[in-house]
Design a protein around this ligand. Structure first.
Ligand SMILES: NC(=O)c1ccc[n+]([C@@H]2O[C@H](COP(=O)([O-])OP(=O)(O)OC[C@H]3O[C@@H](n4cnc5c(N)ncnc54)[C@H](OP(=O)(O)O)[C@@H]3O)[C@@H](O)[C@H]2O)c1
Length: 237
């Protein structure tokens, strides 16, 4: 038994990752976290083509309420047991400059991008520390270099990179590896909010990022945690 928890499975990178993991058969059970039931069912149905019946389960939560996360993780543990991987993929952006950013928007961004991953990590580690496991956080290249006009998003991703680095050291005594990946431009709903005029066919696709994530969470990968791994694809012109 090995249970993988994935957030943000309704679309984009989270959806592509969940489906690729199911195809590769890396885990016996998948706890799929999201808030839009229609989108979540579509991902689940695609995954189930490759998995035994009952290998996936949906858990609904709006991550602007991270205080609901402990009950969800407890439920996942009683449904499936042995939580061995946590993939914090969900993310939110409201790209604004300093003078147009409201406290509400700033708070919302941090709740989804920082507080929710923090709560999932804290709650999952309570179970993972017995047998070890892997945590993977999806940050962004926006968290590494200045992004004028994206204040809350860029700074929240910088916080996620820092948390990942700190926890790599803190959790190694439990045999828990912590990865952080920072994708560049990738054709998803979130990217559309950041760059509405961009042609999505000219940038990296969610499947490209999913491929890297699946390689990292594969139990054979034992050497790359603790780094902020940038994911970029050279596009043919
Ligand atoms: N696309 C890029 O260029 C890029 C680059 C670097 C990093 N990233 C990161 O990659 C991750 C995945 O994003 P994506 O690009 O694949 O975009 P996406 O398709 O918009 O996926 C974001 C996911 O997060 C979920 N989410 C957002 N707010 C939520 C909330 N309050 N409660 C529960 N779920 C919520 C969304 O659910 P709903 O559909 O219900 O909103 C969606 O499934 C994010 O962390 C993002 O910051 C993306």
């Amino acid at each position: 038994m090995a249970t993988c928890i994935i957030t943000g499975i309704g679309s984009g990178i989270g959806k592509a990752t969940a489906i690729l993991l199911a195809q590769r058969g890396l885990f016996s059970h998948y706890a799929l976290i999201g808030r839009n039931d229609d989108d979540m069912r579509k991902t689940q149905n695609e995954m189930q083509q490759y998995l035994p019946e009952g290998a996936t389960k949906l858990y609904h939560i709006d991550l602007v309420n991270p205080e609901g996360i402990p009950a969800i993780v407890e439920k996942i543990n009683s449904d499936f047991g042995e939580i061995t991987a946590l993939l914090n993929i969900a993310g939110y952006t409201d790209p604004k400059s300093l003078l147009t950013t409201t406290l509400e928007s700033f708070e919302l961004t941090y709740k989804v991008n920082v507080f929710a991953p923090f709560m999932f990590m804290r709650e999952c580690v309570k179970y993972m520390r017995q047998n070890g496991g892997k945590i993977l956080n999806v940050a962004s290249t926006a968290g590494m270099t200045p992004r004028p006009g994206w204040l809350s998003y860029a700074s929240s991703k910088a916080a996620l990179i820092s948390m990942s680095e700190t926890l790599t050291a803190e959790l190694s005594e439990y045999g828990i590896m912590v990865y952080c990946v920072s994708p560049g431009r990738c054709a998803t709903k979130l990217r559309k909010r950041l760059a509405p005029d961009e042609d999505p066919t000219t940038i990296m696709q969610p499947e490209d990022v999913a491929e890297v994530i699946c390689n990292l969470v594969n139990p054979d990968e034992q050497c790359l945690d603790g780094q902020n791994i940038v994911i970029r694809k050279q596009m043919k012109r």
